[in-house]
Design a binder for this molecule. Structure first.
Ligand SMILES: Cc1cc2nc3c(=O)[nH]c(=O)nc-3n(C[C@H](O)[C@H](O)[C@H](O)COP(=O)(O)OP(=O)(O)OC[C@H]3O[C@@H](n4cnc5c(N)ncnc54)[C@H](O)[C@@H]3O)c2cc1C
Length: 390
């Protein structure tokens, strides 16, 4: 293999380049990204960066890395077509030939079809975060559409900086898609304590020059409205090239599409969940980086291993660090341990553990979930104490 091209110079795309070189790949390596500048990490955009404005601290690797590792970084370049038969990708009048292609195109913000949505600000890219920082340089009334991780992280920082914040969430509870009702309730109390006004089960119906109007008719006066209502995978490129797309680029348990010359990873990839086999698409640094490592091992070392990493995730909201090990479905049962750790179960099997400011239990849970099945009965027998399992 002499030419590997990666589309998307974000967290996963860059990790793929790093891992390919680490595994001993010596051929040509091109990393193409639509954004300007060096690849950077997104998580701090809704956390530390909003406070510090330190863009250099976000860089995943220094400029010298690319020359030193012979990674051709092509920035501000949008790939618009994949020619699978010719094994070449096109970006305007430029083209890049490949022996293997890695799709790491991530996601973009969802724009729900509500009147005035075009007035909203976003928080996905460094450019978005820079705009928000500028806007927040004087006291503002901020409205947030979406009570998920990004909307709530922004809300916590904005409140901390002294701005007025109102969050509207369509679901009856916060972060409903991904956490238990107990954790939703913990964070509802936290944000209320911080002084954020929450409207749950009441989605934004319109964005106006004066703020937003909710479905209930409630008018929220605001100087800015942040849209944080979820994302859409950037999968059109793959779909137009005839690859299967279903809420993302569909790959098998080797993270390979139906085309043996094209892999996909990270936020844009739909892969079989190692435990349940159901197709999942994760939006996390962990998935993007672990996917990249597996693909590099397969391409360079010929290691034909199924993807089996335990998912994990974190979110910082004010002084609360939420950590999730594993992957629960919304209907999974919950058990609340005395210290507040939430154990989730799909039937009798542990599916996830959610903790707040409890890194020890989080790490224990990741270890346990990577081991042989941890059953509800086994955990109940030791009073949900991982240490006593051994
Ligand atoms: C504000 C914010 C906070 C977050 N906080 C956390 C957190 O606390 N913990 C956590 O685990 N995760 C967090 N995430 C999610 C995490 O950042 C993503 O899961 C991760 O970046 C996914 O990596 P990726 O490589 O798949 O996609 P990305 O990092 O999004 O990179 C995809 C890149 O591909 C480029 N691209 C797309 N199409 C093309 C094309 N046709 N041509 C060229 N380039 C293209 C895009 O411009 C983008 O730069 C956060 C995300 C955001 C936005």
């Amino acid at each position: 293999m002499d030419r590997i091209v990666i589309i998307g110079a974000g967290q996963g795309g860059l990790q793929a380049a790093i891992s390919l070189r680490q595994e001993g790949y010596t051929g040509a390596l091109t990393l193409i990204g639509g954004e300007a500048g060096l690849p950077y990490q997104r998580p701090p955009l809704s956390k530390a960066y909003l406070k510090s404005g330190d863009a250099a601290a976000l860089r995943l690797r220094p400029e010298s890395f690319y020359d030193k590792n012979a990674v051709e970084l092509v920035t501000e370049t949008w790939v618009d077509r994949i020619d699978r038969a010719g094994r070449v990708v096109h970006a305007g009048d430029r083209s890049f030939a490949y022996d293997h292609l890695i799709l790491a195109t991530g996601t973009r913000n969802l724009r729900p079809p509500i009147p005035g949505a075009e007035r909203c600000l976003d928080l996905r890219t460094l450019a978005d975060a820079q705009t928000l920082r500028t806007v927040l340089d004087s006291p503002k009334r901020c409205a947030v559409i979406g009570g998920g991780f990004i909307g709530l992280e922004f809300a916590a920082v904005a409140r901390g900086l002294g701005h007025d914040v109102t969050v509207a969430e369509a679901a009856p509870r916060l972060m409903a898609r991904v956490v238990s009702p107990e954790i939703s309730s913990y964070f509802k109390d936290l944000h209320k304590r911080l002084g954020t006004v929450l409207h749950l089960g009441d989605p934004a119906a319109e964005v106006t020059g004066a703020g937003m109007v909710l479905k209930s008719g409630t008018e929220v006066a605001a100087d800015i409205v942040l849209m944080a209502a979820g994302v859409v995978p950037n999968a059109e490129l793959a779909g137009e090239a005839g690859l299967e797309v279903n809420n993302g680029v569909v790959v098998n348990d080797r993270l390979l599409t139906a085309d043996p010359d094209i892999s996909a990873l990270g936020d844009c990839a739909v892969f079989p969940d190692p435990t349940t086999g159901r197709p999942v698409r994760l939006e996390s640094v962990q998935a993007a980086t672990d996917h990249a490592r597996l693909i590099a091992k397969r391409l360079i070392k010929g290691e034909d291993m199924p993807y089996a990493a335990v998912p994990w995730f974190w979110s910082d909201q004010a002084d609360a660090k939420l950590q999730i090990a594993g992957l629960a479905a919304p209907g999974d049962a919950t058990h609340r341990r005395a210290d507040g750790a939430i154990f989730r179960f799909a039937d009798a099997r542990l599916s996830a553990v959610e903790t707040v400011n409890n890194a020890r239990t989080h790490m224990q849970a990741r270890k346990a979930l990577a081991g042989p099945d941890v059953s509800r009965a086994a955990l109940a027998a030791v009073d949900y104490d991982f240490a006593a399992l051994a």
